[in-house]
Design a protein around this ligand. Sequence first.
Ligand SMILES: [Zn+2]
Ligand SMILES: [Zn+2]
Length: 314
Amino acid sequence: MLLQATGQPLQAATVPDPEPGQGRLLLRITACAVCRTDLHLRDAEIDAPKLPVILGHQIVAWTEDGRRVGVPWLGWTDGDCAYCRSGRENLCVNARFTGRDIDGGFAELTVADERYCLSLPDALTDEQAAPLLCGGLIGYRALRLAGDAARLGLYGFGSAAHQICQVAIHQGREVYAFTREGDHRTQEFARSLGAVWAGASDQLPPEQLDAALIFAPAGPLVPAALKALAPGGTVVCAGIHMSDIPGFPYEDLWHERTIRSVANLTRQDGHEFLALAPKVPVHSTVTAYPLADAEQALADLRAGSFEGTAVLLP
Ligand SMILES: [Zn+2]
Ligand SMILES: [Zn+2]
């Protein structure tokens, strides 16, 4: 399924089989989860430097010699810049990302640099493993950056949040889920996963939060989350794109509250989270689509018409 031009629907196309080359694996894809970043690329909300491109960076696939691997967003780094040399390859200045700079997983075949592939827990089906590879993984990085916050707010309760809700509860935290006003279905979904409270994003929770993770791409959630924070609390913006953040009184940031973002992942994040996920265990609520319905899956994500994660099954 090709994105020929941003702002246009994905189109089914037959392209030459990818060539693996040195150090790269030829992979037969069995599942690829859909991420909001795919939608941002499709909708021209973030830059798509390579066009046409095959989207998709939560790939479960099999190697030619019969091993199952996961291919995440981080597809390649130079290993040599100041960020790579200081253990921060997620910030590599020359990084290449799967499904943006490198053709991704909305396809039957792909190639990936073996060094950036992740091994997947055997216990998980392809459908269950795919959502871990970005929603889970980058959600987990965001959770880690929230420190040991006991009361955790999740703003935007989609693929990432519904996984991280389970991880946070497993770690003994209390989860407060925030959705669009009137989205009672998603609020009920959050409570069914163990959230102690669920409400609209402009509401204040019954207790002050120690941290808030923002997964929805809406800038006004930042000052809203700040207002819900206890002194010393942190707001972590976990998405690649967000609308502008409106102004807010300094008083809301005062008392050592912090706002920060999360960018990409390191391979270490991948190893840690994929080891943790089966222990929780994280169970994703999945809506499966045939590969040919990739555009429909993106439309349904845009409309918020499913809970959890959409997964394409080639
Ligand atoms: Zn993603
Ligand atoms: Zn680098």
